[in-house]
Design a protein around this ligand. Structure first.
Ligand code: COA
Length: 333
């Protein structure tokens, strides 16, 4: 069974409820129906029946709960919750009522209130607008200070010599643009959790750089190398039980012969399966190289580090992408 099929099967057994915030988007309405039919999750769709029927006339809405913030009796309750959470930041009651009617904020408040188990949005909203409500009201998981994202990279048919489990995790390729050492450490710990929870692999985390164990520690490049070294130290403190090491060049992290040569004795070198890039430039370019030149399939971005699961869809997503993202969100719940 493929990893995605496994994830969907596990999701179906978990019996969770996920809110999809964009009932105005035909792909989301179709995905809601497919998820319900396949039993992957119970769906709460933010929108109303007339609108869903207009954008996706042939879709059977049986079993989907529709909720419209403009008319719902829950809106006032969520507005009070939002006001309580944000009054210290200067939010007024009027502003809270206005914002609670926004569909993405309404979805994030449903999640915060415990009325759903997970949140998926972003088919027709930007990453920033999709994640901001979650960052403001759901906040981070205990022990984690930074929300981040990763891609689950599946090896092509026929496998890959450097990828014995047929899956590796790349982070952060989509959220944190220039993470500090502390943020990078948070990304590493969250990515290990994702690797375990979603991919079922025992994580071996490599903190990536252009330098391996000080090889590039020339004064000119001092800052970028020491950031990764410092991140490695902090991550080890945060999760001492984790197999995590660095800083490594990519080949020292993944190729046993290079790892043995450049970082002898490391528990990770040559065998890493979770790769933490030093910034979003490296991460985003790196996953696209694996995808295009290495024929790996990229699943994600998967958000990690939230106190409760929220995920962001690409605006170019199709119905299958939405179904897969909902299944992943269920397993994070
Ligand atoms: C994640 C992102 C959307 C947040 O941006 P933002 O809305 O401008 O965030 P703000 O700085 O206004 O912060 C809003 C709140 O979220 C918190 N926050 C922001 N980023 C956070 C993170 N990575 N982890 C945890 N909290 C975060 C802030 O502390 C703030 O909390 P507060 O209001 O309670 O004080 C932003 O980092 C971003 O746009 N990243 C790039 C995304 C992108 O375009 N990717 C391209 C895809 S390839």
């Amino acid at each position: 069974m493929s990893l995605l099929a496994e994830i969907k099967a596990k999701a179906a057994a978990a019996n969770k409820t996920i809110v999809l915030c964009e009932g105005e988007d035909a792909r989301v309405v179709k995905a809601a129906a497919q998820i319900t039919k396949e039993g992957i999750a119970k769906i709460v769709l933010i929108g109303n029946e007339a609108e869903a029927k207009k954008v996706a006339p042939d879709v059977d809405l049986t079993g989907i709960t529709l909720i419209d913030p403009e008319t719902s009796e829950k809106t006032a309750e969520y507005a009070r919750l939002l006001y309580e959470l944000r009054k210290a930041k200067g939010m007024t009651e009027e502003e809270a009522m206005k914002q609670a009617k926004d569909r993405t904020m309404f979805g994030a408040l449903m999640l915060k209130a415990g009325d759903v188990d997970g949140y998926v949005s972003g088919a027709c909203h930007s990453t920033a607008n999709t994640l901001r409500p979650g960052l403001q009201v759901v906040k981070t998981a205990p022990g984690i200070k930074t929300v981040s994202s990763c891609f689950i990279m599946l090896a092509p048919e026929g496998g890959n010599a450097y990828c014995p489990d047929n899956v590796v995790v790349f982070a952060d390729c989509a959220i944190n643009i220039e993470p500090t050492a502390e943020e990078l450490a948070n990304i590493a710990v969250s990515s290990a959790d994702t690797a375990k929870r979603l991919c079922g692999i025992e994580p071996k985390v490599a903190m990536l750089s252009f330098s391996t164990k000080g090889s590039g520690n020339d004064k000119k490049f001092f800052d970028s190398v020491t950031k990764v070294q410092e991140a490695t130290r902090i991550a080890k403190e945060m999760a001492p039980e984790l197999a995590l090491d660095g800083e490594f060049q990519f080949d020292a992290a993944i190729a046993p012969e290079v790892g043995a040569l450049k970082a002898p004795g490391s528990p990770v070198a040559g065998h890493a399966n979770v790769f933490v890039f030093p910034n979003i430039n490296a991460g985003n370019i790196g996953y696209k190289i694996a995808q295009r030149l290495g024929n790996f399939m990229a699943i994600g971005p998967v958000c990690q580090g939230f106190a409760k699961p929220l995920n962001d869809l690409s605006r170019g997503c199709n119905v299958d992408d939405i179904v897969a993202t909902v299944a992943i969100t269920v397993l994070q719940a």
